[in-house]
Design a binder for this molecule. Structure first.
Ligand code: IMP
Length: 199
């Protein structure tokens, strides 16, 4: 079975990637950075999600010798000019918790009535330090004024998905994986993997 390295240590993302990628005809053995000794950490210095997903995929595919899927994702709030954007994970500083990021976003948006936002996911598949293909997925929603739901991770409890009237934290993993930004990018990656005969 083909091995694919996932360039992440985030357990929530790993679960979602495995669930989206490994269905039907795709037969892959997924490894994460915790399972291979890739050595070193990549700096997420890109200005866009696409740049960062490529930095991760190129870096870890070169170090590990494995075909590697890098992803970068985050939340863009329209009224904040797209912030927190590529800084979504670092929005409340290094070492801050999801809870602290949520509190910071609620405080920053206290007087903002335009609550429109979107999640973006960029995915890049690389081999030997060079990209084979890259994909983008997005999903539009609204930032609530308080948290709702216990599932998911990150900003999910604040992100209302209007077509279902629920936040991402109120969806099951299966429901989230039908509509999420990451699912949309990974559906394209899955097609590529099938067509290129990688899995
Ligand atoms: P990354 O690990 O550099 O891609 O950082 C992504 C950050 O964006 C995460 O730490 C979350 O704060 C946020 N994020 C990305 N995708 C999601 C999602 O599906 N739900 C909630 N937050 C997300």
């Amino acid at each position: 079975m083909t091995e694919l390295l996932l360039a992440t240590r985030n357990a929530g993302k790993k679960r979602e990637i495995a669930d989206s990628l490994c269905s039907g005809a795709v037969l892959l053995s997924l490894l994460s950075l915790d399972e291979v000794d890739a050595g070193g950490e990549v700096e997420e210095s890109g200005k866009t999600f696409a740049e960062n997903s490529r930095l991760k995929a190129d870096f870890y595919s070169r170090l590990s010798g494995l075909t590697t899927l890098g992803d970068d994702s985050g939340l863009e709030v329209l009224a904040l000019g797209g912030r927190p954007g590529v800084r979504s994970a670092r929005y409340a500083g290094a070492g801050a918790s999801d809870e602290m990021r949520i509190e910071k976003l609620l405080a920053e948006m206290k007087d903002i009535t335009d609550r429109r936002a979107r999640f973006v996911s960029a995915v890049c598949i690389s081999r030997n330090g060079s990209p084979l293909a890259s994909f983008i997925g997005t999903v539009e929603g609204e930032i609530l004024r308080q948290k709702r739901g216990n599932g998911g991770f990150g900003y999910d409890p604040l992100f209302l998905y209007p077509p279902l009237g629920k936040t991402f934290a109120e969806l099951s993993l299966a429901e989230k994986n039908k509509i999420s930004h990451r699912a949309r990018a990974l559906a394209q990656a899955r097609e590529f993997i099938l067509n290129a005969g990688l899995g």
